[in-house]
Write a protein that binds this ligand. Structure first.
Ligand code: PEP
Ligand code: MG
Length: 325
């Protein structure tokens, strides 16, 4: 089976009846590009940039960041690379930043909230990303967006940085795509509003589950409450995909669910355009997609949306993919 999956590397992720989706990789450092390409990733759907800021005593310079982003853009040879701006806070602290002690760090000073407060940090990163965009096909993605105001504020900073670069005569991709993570319930529920202001969505099911189901994604004691197949999550996913498509935008997913073989047929049927996952999951997910009719996936997704219990849905999906060799 492993041999068979390897042969899929250069084949497209297309259903027998011709529905094509994009399978991309999540990466955490430039080193991960090798495995992404070896597993047939058609792009990087999530480049987590926290590694640049962690395990050190000072903020990374613009130059350091530029080199890392450029390296990934170049190695991906024109395939899309979605760089997520800093998602620090929550469980990830930076000792040198003097961050506040918080009762509920996951509901606190984190990600885009920190960046909109510390625009010095944000601008440095955006400059580095924009400069690297001259060397490949880079998209920018903001994490932890909770409202349209977040998007507008972030874009205001982005436009300031673009104006600076223009003034300095530094080149960058003037048509760079800007999207958001949909990982907070308020963003999912207002996806119709947000879709008008962004180029794409990427659904972050890890945080979306945590916040929608009010369950700490790291807490062993409540792990049974952490249910990606909960009808609440599936309905939100549908809402987000439909809202994106209504505005002619693309809908991606970069949470763990995107690489879960039990979710593949449902997400395909709901119309997800891009699945971004750990590189090693790509062959398995691709194999499922290449063996399920899109028409059937749509029927299954519709049926699943009417099932009340997450466990029942998972069992049903186990049966459905069992026959795929
Ligand atoms: C998510 O929340 O689903 C996600 C992809 O982001 P992270 O896991 O980095 O929070
Ligand atoms: Mg997240």
């Amino acid at each position: 089976k492993v041999e068979k999956l390897k042969k899929l590397k250069d084949l497209p992720a297309i259903t027998p009846d011709g529905k094509k989706v994009m399978l991309a990789a999540n990466i955490g450092t430039p080193k991960d590009v090798k495995s992404a390409l070896a597993n047939g990733a058609e792009g990087v759907g999530l480049f987590r940039t926290e590694f640049l800021y962690m395990d050190r005593t000072t903020l990374p310079t613009e130059e350091e960041q530029f080199e890392a982003y450029k390296e990934v853009a170049e190695k991906m040879e024109g395939r899309p690379v979605t760089i997520r701006t800093l998602d620090i806070g929550g469980d990830k602290e930076l000792p040198y930043l003097d961050m506040p002690k918080e009762m509920n760090p996951f509901l606190g000073y984190r990600a885009i909230r920190l960046c909109l407060d510390r625009t010095d940090i944000f601008k440095t990163q955006l400059r580095a990303i924009l400069r690297a965009s001259a060397y490949g096909n880079i998209h920018i993605m903001y994490p932890m967006i909770s409202s349209v105001e977040d998007v507008r504020k972030a874009n205001t900073v982005l436009n300031e940085v673009k104006a600076e670069l223009d003034k300095e005569g530094i080149k960058y991709d003037k048509n760079i795509k800007v999207g958001i993570m949909v990982e907070i319930p308020s963003a999912a529920i207002t996806a119709d509003i947000l879709a008008k202001e962004v180029d794409f969505f990427s659904i972050g099911t890890n945080d979306l589950c945590q916040y929608t189901l009010a369950v700490d994604r790291m807490n062993e004691h409540v792990k049974d409450y952490y249910q990606p197949f909960n009808p609440a999550i599936l309905r939100l996913i549908k809402l987000v995909i439909d809202a994106a498509h209504k505005e002619g935008k693309f809908a991606a997913m970069c949470g763990e669910m995107a690489g879960d073989p039990l979710a593949t047929v449902i997400l395909l049927g709901l119309g997800l355009d891009e699945f971004s996952m750990s590189a090693t999951s790509i062959p398995t997910v691709k194999n499922i997609i290449r063996n399920v009719e899109y028409e059937r996936a749509k029927e299954i997704a519709e049926r699943v949306l009417n099932i009340a219990e997450a466990e029942k849905i998972q069992k049903m999906m186990e049966d459905i993919i069992k026959d795929i060799e």
